[in-house]
Write a protein that binds this ligand. Structure first.
Ligand code: F6P
Length: 348
């Protein structure tokens, strides 16, 4: 009989509930007790937990968000919080922890593992930027939402002969922009990995508008950086516990610049948290379920300090060290595919 704690940390993501459900159902089959930790690491610091039953996870598979709540709390910001967290692991007699999260949550998990806490990770983020795994759950759902938005922007762009700029999530990696840009047939894709020159972007759009096409779709990651940063300063300086500024505003600035330089009416749309809410796709439900079951198996085998990862068709353990030390950025071969469809590609 084991007692396992499970938590979700960082930004929420479609499929979190599918993981929680799988963790709980698989653990109950093992006759283990499952303790849900409320609001990520914050709950373990404050001691807010809840025992999870089969009933608690019934019907949550298609639901977005997380029934456990989440936060961007970093216990390592203050030693007293680390002490409280360790004391609570003892108090609740947790034999192991399953941490579902992105780079920050898994980074905390790694630090705890190094301190001797038996912890296993599950990679989550719509951004798909965790190393060591082919995909994180939530990404497929975000890509579907963005692709649908591009399709919708296409028809209105065409009617009004406009340029439409769509700002999507992707702080350090442009996976969402690249993959949904390919799926939606974007005419320009700007990602954090490749700082852009506004002149090049305009040259590409102009080449298209000189042909018979009188509209364009530009997809830009929120973290895309212009080489000439003076014209595109970051909107908000507010930082979270892990030191990340709140991004946003690049789409609006870009649209303004394009309209000014090309004289073509340009509008912007910011999809924001729409990309993170709602029901996961079938792909994400299955991936999340496989991750949840595999995480419990890792706990059973005592393979702590690992996260579950998708490698090809298999779910395998990958050491947390490998997953959090380096972000997984966009594969340039895939980005090249996207540029094939630009009128005047410039990202070489
Ligand atoms: O980490 C995932 C992510 O989707 C980033 O792309 C984005 O910058 C961030 O979450 C925004 O999250 P929030 O507004 O919840 O802090």
């Amino acid at each position: 009989m084991k007692k396992i704690g499970v938590l979700t940390g960082g930004g929420d993501c479609p499929g979190l509930n599918a993981v929680i459900r799988a963790v709980v159902k698989k653990s109950l089959k093992n006759k283990w007790e499952i303790i849900g930790i409320i609001d990520g690491w914050k709950g373990l610091i404050e001691g807010t937990v809840k025992q999870l039953s089969d009933q608690d996870v019934s019907g949550i598979l298609p639901k977005g968000g997380t029934i456990l709540g989440t936060s961007r709390t970093n216990p390592f910001k203050e030693q007293k919080n680390v002490d409280k967290l360790l004391a609570n692991i003892k108090k609740f007699k947790l034999d192991a922890l399953i941490a579902i999260g992105g780079e920050d949550t898994l980074g905390v998990a790694l630090q705890l593992h190094k301190m001797g806490v038996p912890v296993v990770g599950v990679p989550k983020t719509i951004d798909n930027d965790i190393s060591g795994t082919d995909y994180t759950f939530g990404f497929d759902t975000a890509v579907s939402i963005v692709t649908n938005a591009i399709d919708r922007l296409h028809t209105t762009a065409e009617s009004h002969h406009r340029i439409m700029v769509l700002e999507v999530m992707g702080r350090h990696a442009g996976w969402i922009a690249t993959i949904s840009g390919i799926a939606g047939g974007a005419d320009e894709i700007l990602i954090p990995e490749i700082p852009f020159h506004i002149d090049d972007v305009c040259k590409n759009l102009q080449a298209r508008h000189k042909s018979e096409k009188k509209f364009s779709i530009v997809v830009v990651s929120e973290g895309a950086k212009p080489c000439d940063s003076d014209q595109f300063e970051i909107l908000c300086e507010e930082k979270d516990d892990f030191g990340h500024v709140r991004l946003g505003g690049i789409g609006q600035r870009l649209a303004k610049q394009i309209e000014k330089r090309l004289g073509v009416e340009t509008r912007f749309t910011v999809l924001g948290h729409v990309q993170r809410g709602g029901s996961p796709t079938a792909y994400d439900r299955v991936l999340a379920t496989r991750y949840g079951v595999a995480a419990v198996e890792l706990v059973k085998r005592g393979e702590f300090g690992n996260m579950v990862a998708l490698r090809g068709y298999k779910i395998l353990p990958v050491h947390l060290d490998e997953s959090v030390t380096k972000l997984r950025t966009v594969d340039m071969d895939i980005y090249e595919i996207a540029t094939t469809f630009f009128a005047h590609p410039h990202h070489r």
